[in-house]
Design a protein around this ligand. Structure first.
Ligand SMILES: Nc1ncnc2c1ncn2[C@@H]1O[C@H](COP(=O)(O)OP(=O)(O)O)[C@@H](O)[C@H]1O
Ligand SMILES: O=C(O)[C@H](O)[C@@H](O)[C@H](O)[C@H](O)COP(=O)(O)O
Length: 204
């Protein structure tokens, strides 16, 4: 699978070494990141840890879905573009609100959002042009095993096939990086790789 590698500069904020073992934002503008990938790739887990490492708020896009979308997914029915577009508008609005203003007053945000298709990412960027994507790329086997071990979530593992079929991986001319998932790697280590990948502007 092609890996997206963005030429420098990747992200519009300066970084400094930190005790975390990676980097933190040092001055405004604050990071505006969308952790993307199929259901079960770790967006929520990794996104929350990344936000903590960067000291910016975290938001999961799941609660922004209307109840009708959640009901469909819970019933094992894949969403359509028409189902997703109003939801993506909400995702974009949240990112836009958190974006750094010219005066630097934005809070920044890490958003966990599947953003499966390029058109979905373009819709997000239309609302929040400074957003950058962190694509969690993993094998079907790894993601399937994680979904099978995840309990209490509305999204059934049976939808993984449709998620993978819908997915258009982040491309090299899109803003962001691709991160390859490794079996057995704790989230904290994955986050450290992401932070260093953001800085280096490379796939990690
Ligand atoms: N690096 C990791 N190592 C092991 N398990 C993980 C890791 N990241 C996520 N998980 C687990 O995999 C499952 C799916 O992660 P989740 O964050 O809910 O994915 P998503 O938000 O993309 O659907 C959860 O049970 C989570 O605890
Ligand atoms: O576009 C979609 O089909 C959904 O947004 C989907 O991609 C997302 O994965 C669900 O919201 C389930 O949530 P999890 O990704 O947390 O499983």
């Amino acid at each position: 699978m092609a890996r997206a590698v963005l030429p420098l500069p990747v992200l519009p904020w300066p970084v400094l070494p930190s005790a975390y073992g990676g980097v933190v934002s040092s001055t405004s503008p604050q990071p505006l990141l969308v952790v993307m990938g199929v259901s079960g790739s770790g967006k929520s887990t990794v996104g929350a840890a990344l936000a903590a490492a960067l000291d910016v708020p975290f938001q999961d896009a799941d609660p922004l879905h209307p109840a009708s979308n959640v009901a469909k997914m819970a019933a094992g029915i894949a969403l359509t573009d028409d189902d997703r577009m109003p939801w993506l508008a909400l995702v974009g609005a949240e990112l836009s609100a958190a974006a750094a203003s010219p005066g630097g007053s934005g809070t920044g945000l890490v958003m966990a959002c599947s953003a499966l298709k390029r058109a979905y990412r373009e819709a997000i960027l239309a609302a929040a042009p400074t957003a950058r994507f962190i694509y969690l790329e993993g094998s079907r086997e790894l993601i399937e095993s994680r979904l099978e071990n995840r309990h209490g979530h509305f999204m059934p593992s049976s939808l993984l096939g449709s998620q993978l079929a819908t997915l258009e991986p982040l491309e090299s001319d899109e803003p962001g990086i691709t991160v390859e998932l490794r079996a057995g790697e704790p989230p904290v280590e994955l986050v450290a790789r992401i932070v260093s990948g953001i800085t280096a502007g490379d796939a990690v």
